[in-house]
Design a binder for this molecule. Structure first.
Ligand code: NAD
Length: 453
C-alpha cells in the first residue's frame, strides 16, 4: 500500500481530478444527455467509445444489436394467486470471443430492454478481462424474494425447458445474478441434464456438491476489493483511513463489505430494499449478516455497541466517505443524486449503476469511477475457472483460484489504466470500453463475422 500521501497528480489521479476544482458550483449543464433506459445507457457508452475508435456505422450496427433474443412464457401455479404467467428472457449479444456467457436475473422489473443492455455489457466485460467468452444475459420478471423455493423451482425448470435449445456448455452458459443463487443454478443444471444428460459445465455458480467451484460465491466481491487496492494506490488512500458505503447487501454487497472490512477499511453505511443504516465507528458485516440470516431487518440492526442508526435510503449515496460501492441494481447514481456524492472513488459492483448524465457529473466533480465492466468482473472470471474445471473433470483449491482471480483483475485494471493514460481517455470507463470493443472486433474480423470478408 502507498505512503498515504495524496497522489492526485499521478496519471490516474488526473483522471479523477480533471483541470477543474472539485464540485464546481456553476457547472455548465450536461446538454444532450437526458436520463436514459438501461439499453440506451450501454449504447451511449458504446457509441462514445466507437467514435473515438473510428468504427464505421455499418460495423457498429452489427455490434450494437444482439445475435439472438429469446422471450418465453413461464406459467406457474403460485401458492395463493393461482396460475401466473411470467416472462422469461435470454439475450445472446455476441459470441465472437467464445460461448455466450452471462447471469440470470429474477426480479419483478426484469424486461427486454434491461436484459439487452446487460447482455451487451457482458460482451465488453469478458473481453476487457480477457476470458474466452462472449456476452449474454437472461432473467424472469418474477419477484424472487417474495417467492418460496416450491414456486421458484418450477419457474426455473419451466424456463430452462423452453430455452434449452439455445443453451449448451459450448454455446451459452448461465450464471447467478440478482435474485438467483447456487440453488437456482442447481435446478437449471438438473433440468438441462434431463434433456441432454448430466452436464455440469452448462451453468456456473452452482453448489460445490454439483461441481461448483470454491471461491465463486465470493468472487465478485473479492474482485471489487482488488479494484479498491489498485485505485487506492493511485489515489493515495490507505485502508485504515478509508470509509466505505455499500448500497445493496446481497451476494455482491455482503461479500465486498466483508472482505474490504478485513482489509482494515471502515464500513460506515449499508443499505438494502428495507432502507439504510449508518455508523461512524463502523458496521461489522459479519454481525450484520448474522442478524439478517436470523430473519432480522437491516434497518433494525443497531450494531455491536449500539452505534448504528437508520438513515433515509437516499442519504446512503451522499454519506461522508472515501469509497462508494453501488451493489444493488441499475440506475442507482443518476442526475438527481450524483452531485451529492462525497466519495472520491466509486467502484461499480452493480451492473449499469451510473447513468451517462451522472457519469459526467462525477467526472466533473473529480470522482474516480471504476466501471462495472471492469470492477465486477470477478464473478465471470471465477465462472470461467469453474467451467474449465468442469470440462476437464478436475478441481482446484480455493487459494489457487483466489490467486488466479487476483492476477487477472490486477492485470485488467493495469491494462485499462495504461490505455486510459496513453489514449488520453476521459475516464476508465471509456478506456475499458475501447479495449473491450477492440478485442471483440478483432475476433469478429478473424472469424469473418458481421460482413468482414
Ligand atoms: P442479490 O439479489 O444477491 O442482492 C441485491 C441486493 O440489493 C439485496 O440486498 C437487495 O435488498 C438490494 N437492493 C435492491 N434494490 C435496492 C435499492 N433500491 N436500494 C438498496 N438496496 C437494494 O444480487 P447480487 O447478485 O448481489 O447482484 C447485485 C448487482 O451486482 C446486480 O446489478 C448484478 O447484476 C451485479 N453483479 C452480480 C454478480 C454476481 O456474481 N452475483 C456479478 C457481477 C455483477
Amino acid at each position: 500500500m502507498s505512503s498515504g500521501q495524496d497522489q492526485s497528480n499521478t496519471a490516474v489521479g488526473r483522471l479523477a481530478h480533471p483541470d477543474k476544482s472539485p464540485r464546481v458550483a456553476n457547472r455548465a449543464p450536461h446538454v444532450g444527455l437526458a436520463e436514459t433506459s438501461s439499453f440506451d445507457t450501454v449504447a451511449h457508452y458504446f457509441e462514445a467509445a466507437a467514435d473515438r475508435l473510428g468504427i464505421e456505422e455499418d460495423l457498429r450496427a452489427v455490434v450494437r444489436t444482439a445475435y439472438r433474443e429469446v422471450q418465453v412464457q413461464v406459467p406457474v401455479r403460485l401458492r395463493d394467486a393461482g396460475i401466473h404467467v411470467f416472462s422469461g428472457y435470454r439475450v445472446q449479444h455476441n459470441n465472437a470471443r467464445g460461448p455466450f456467457k452471462g447471469g440470470m436475473r429474477y426480479h419483478e422489473r426484469v424486461n427486454l430492454d434491461e436484459v439487452r443492455a446487460l447482455a451487451a455489457l457482458m460482451t465488453w466485460k469478458t473481453a476487457i478481462v480477457d476470458v474466452p467468452f462472449g456476452g449474454a444475459k437472461g432473467g424472469i420478471n418474477c419477484p424472487a424474494r417474495d417467492l418460496e423455493p416450491a414456486e421458484l423451482q418450477p419457474i426455473t425448470r419451466g424456463f430452462v425447458d423452453k430455452i434449452a435449445g439455445v443453451l449448451g456448455p459450448t454455446r451459452d452458459i448461465p450464471a447467478p445474478d440478482a435474485g438467483t443463487d447456487a440453488q437456482v443454478m442447481a435446478w437449471m443444471m438438473d433440468e438441462y441434464g434431463k434433456l441432454h444428460g448430466d452436464t455440469p459445465a452448462i451453468v456456473t455458480g452452482k453448489p460445490i456438491a454439483l461441481g461448483g467451484s470454491p471461491a465463486r460465491e465470493s468472487a465478485t466481491g473479492r474482485g471489487l476489493v482488488h479494484m479498491y487496492c489498485e485505485a487506492a494506490r493511485d489515489l493515495g488512500l490507505r485502508p485504515e483511513s478509508t470509509r466505505v458505503a455499500v448500497q445493496g447487501f446481497g451476494n455482491v454487497g455482503a461479500w465486498t463489505a466483508r472482505i474490504i472490512a478485513q482489509l482494515g477499511c471502515t464500513l460506515v453505511g449499508v443499505s438494502d430494499t428495507s432502507g439504510a443504516i449508518h455508523s461512524k465507528v463502523g458496521i461489522d458485516p459479519q454481525s450484520l449478516r448474522a442478524h439478517l440470516t436470523e430473519g432480522g431487518k437491516l434497518t433494525d440492526y443497531r450494531g455491536v455497541g449500539n452505534n448504528t442508526e437508520e438513515i433515509p435510503s437516499e442519504d446512503l449515496m451522499s454519506l461522508d466517505c472515501e469509497v462508494l460501492i453501488p451493489a444493488a441494481l441499475g440506475g442507482a447514481i443518476h442526475a438527481a443524486n450524483a452531485d451529492a456524492i462525497r466519495a472520491r472513488l466509486v467502484i461499480e459492483g452493480a451492473n449499469n449503476p451510473t447513468t451517462p448524465v451522472a457519469d459526467e457529473i462525477l467526472r466533473d466533480n473529480g470522482v474516480l469511477v471504476i466501471p462495472d465492466v471492469l470492477a465486477n468482473a470477478g464473478g465471470v472470471i471465477v465462472s470461467y475457472y469453474e467451467w474449465v474445471q468442469n470440462l476437464q473433470h478436475i478441481s482446484w483449491d480455493e487459494r489457487e483460484i483466489n490467486d488466479k482471480l487476483r492476477t487477472k483483475m490486477v492485470q485488467a485494471y493495469q491494462e485499462v489504466r495504461a490505455h486510459a493514460v496513453q489514449g488520453q481517455a476521459r475516464s476508465l470507463r471509456m478506456a475499458a470500453y475501447e479495449l473491450g470493443i477492440g478485442r471483440v472486433l478483432e475476433a469478429m474480423r478473424v472469424r469473418g463475422y458481421g460482413g468482414y470478408a
